[in-house]
Ligand binder design. Sequence first.
Ligand code: AMP
Length: 514
Amino acid sequence: MTDAVHMSSAAPVSPEELAPLESPSPAEETPTITFAEIGLPAPVVAALAKNGITVPSPIQAMSVPDAIAGRNVLGRAQTGSGKTLAFGLPMLARLAQHEDRPAAKRPRALVLVPTRELAIQVVDSLYPYASSVGVRVLAAVGGMPFTKQVEQLRRGVDILVATPGRLGDHLRQGTCILDQVEITALDEADQMADMGFLPEVRSILGETRPDGQRLLFSATLDREVQSLVRQFLADHVTHSTEDGKASVDTMEHYVLLVDRGQKDVVLAEIGARDGRTIMFARTKLGCEGITDRLRAVGIPAESLHGGKAQNQRTRVLERFKSGRTPVLVATDVAARGIHVDGIDLVVHVDPPADHKDYLHRAGRTARAGEKGTVVAIVLPNQRRLVRKLTGMAGVDATAVNVAPGSEELATITGAKAPSGEPVREQHFKSDRFGDRPRREGGYQGSRPRREGGGGYQGSRPRTEGGYQGNRSEGGYQGSRPRTEGGYQGSRPRTEGGYQGNRSEGGYQGERKYN
Ligand code: AMP
């Protein structure tokens, strides 16, 4: 109880807590450099923008400036983090400075990768940006005609992307010479080690210019990789996606895979949880719609967006802080300046615009060492997009299939059945309830969330309060057309009361993104 009392005492919202809409508070805004500021040639920046790449991912923001400055870089980053451009863009910046063509057979830059597929992917990724500054990129991998590669090497190549095996063949035959290589990248060094390529890699690196720059990227740094680093990356700087904000270790990230028709019901159950929840939507209208649907089933939700006057927004935030409004539905811009402690769940109702917004949203929780959970509600057609966003953000998100009433949903978010009784506007306006949160089981401060107490109770008969099924007015009905009162999740109703739909659509395995 002391927790509840403590949390319900509404401190007034200070000006810092409510930053003006269009200018996020400086403390909140991660200092992000743009690709132009990093020192990339203008045509490369323009070509990136044309492909929608405007904000460097964390590994790029960390590594590219050092690599452009000529330093050896050891990058700990996985596929999906943007590592290809992290080593590729500095190469382009440097190679674009040459006015003459590369000499026959003598590439100026080398990218070593473990597999053919990766080599082709790297060439495809770099090609649009390389061609914007006249830099020639070639893949030299097995499974492609050797003689054709010989001819292309003879005509001069700036960046050679190769597997150690095929490059070894070219070196032995004298069809490629590495004495002009000024910058070498090793991509997925750990995989190359696992595949037994390190002796070959060592001998290849030994043929590049001794004063050459080296960039090594690897998801893990086991002993073999470390020995490579010691031998070839003198005075290197290390950057890791884990250094980023995303890796606050008290924050857990989930991708909740839901069917389109169940999204509203899932949101309602999440909204009915105990604690402070912030939900993010892309647009003002989206926020209003979600808020209305939540209120209709008994969840005191309010929206925060640029369409509201400053004084309205101040009051919304005060009620959120006091616990009167347990669920805030916000747009990205409106939520930037918010500093409210005790938000233990962030919900991406719509996917964020980019990885930076993902991190901004996530940053509303797990503040000051508290625990926090971040969930993205993902429809089948959004999976790829969200996978890319979490990858870029350097986040290890666990993907779980959830459905209304599913145990996983309850365990991860604390979801439970909403009361079903629509929330009246009066709830937000009147002071007659004092500052005490009106809902029973409102915010409970630092109570551990996962001890099972507050979770979903499936079809267990409810003994007190809450939703009772066959009320005559206004009950929550999930997303089904109404036939008679009562929340029914998305399952045909057989008897009164909340029934979720535990039996279908439950947990279907868990997998890691990235
Ligand atoms: P990678 O980790 O290099 O395999 O990159 C993963 C994907 O993210 C690729 O499709 C890239 O084109 C894309 N990508 C790389 N950097 C960015 C960025 N800064 N913003 C958006 N997308 C990016």
